[in-house]
Design a protein around this ligand. Structure first.
Ligand code: GTS
Length: 210
């Protein structure tokens, strides 16, 4: 029986970074899928129970958590993905917060301007990407904290995947980010997960046309 359960809508969305982390760490989890229409139709028990009335919900046995970044941090502690010391942990949290700001911009675009604002969003995108590229140029080693993968790497990887699905050329001017994605995607367990039907059949977000 899987130790972990992720309850979320039938998209990659805010649950995908934790799935990438679990897959890469060789952990098993179960996905409980909540149809969006069912959630929106009324005050479901699940919605009432959710601390902030939102998903994803995460369970480790009887232990329940909400808030995707708290879940990622919890998994970071469970799998020793929070850096070797307090200073590394601070940098990892900083980059995860930066990834969250980036995700919020992306979510705003998806939910409010997806059909009309793609050109504008993509024109602005290099500003965000440049911040992560510059960070990597000052922190060589392949991951956010150099030689050791952290929970924030899975969040950054997911964001880069989301943007590559929006524009496959978006990393052309960002060689370090491009190499970062290639290196992360080549990790055997990430590769196997991304090739799985479960991953391939799940849209990135509710607006993705397939
Ligand atoms: N800060 C929360 C987190 O990081 O988990 C945000 C969660 C959130 O916004 N969830 C949305 C939701 O439950 C879905 S999504 O934005 O992740 O796609 N929406 C339904 C609702 O009733 O608010």
């Amino acid at each position: 029986m899987a130790r972990f359960t992720i309850t979320y809508f039938p998209v990659r969305g805010r649950a995908e970074a934790m799935r990438l982390l679990l897959a890469d760490q060789g952990a098993e989890w179960k996905d409980e899928v909540v149809p969006i229409q069912e959630w929106m139709a009324g005050e479901s028990k699940l919605k009432k129970e959710a601390v902030f009335g939102q998903l994803p919900k995460f369970q480790d046995g009887n232990y329940v958590l909400y808030q995707s970044n708290a879940i990622l941090q919890y998994l970071g502690h469970e799998f020793d993905l929070c850096g070797k010391n307090n200073k590394e942990a601070g940098v990892i949290d900083m980059m995860n917060n930066g990834a969250e700001d980036f995700r919020q911009k992306f979510s705003r675009f998806v939910f409010t301007e997806y059909d009309t604002g793609k050109e504008k969003y993509l024109a602005d995108l290099p500003k965000q990407l440049c911040q992560f590229e510059t960070f990597l140029s000052k922190h060589p080693g392949g991951f956010i904290t150099g030689g050791q993968i952290s929970y924030a790497d899975y969040n950054l990887l997911d964001l880069l995947h989301l943007h590559l699905s929006l524009d496959p050329d978006c990393l052309k001017a960002f060689p370090l980010l491009k190499a970062y994605v290639s290196k992360m995607d080549a990790r055997p367990k990430i590769k196997a997960y991304m090739e799985s039907d479960a991953c391939k059949n799940r849209p990135a977000h509710p607006k993705e046309k397939r």
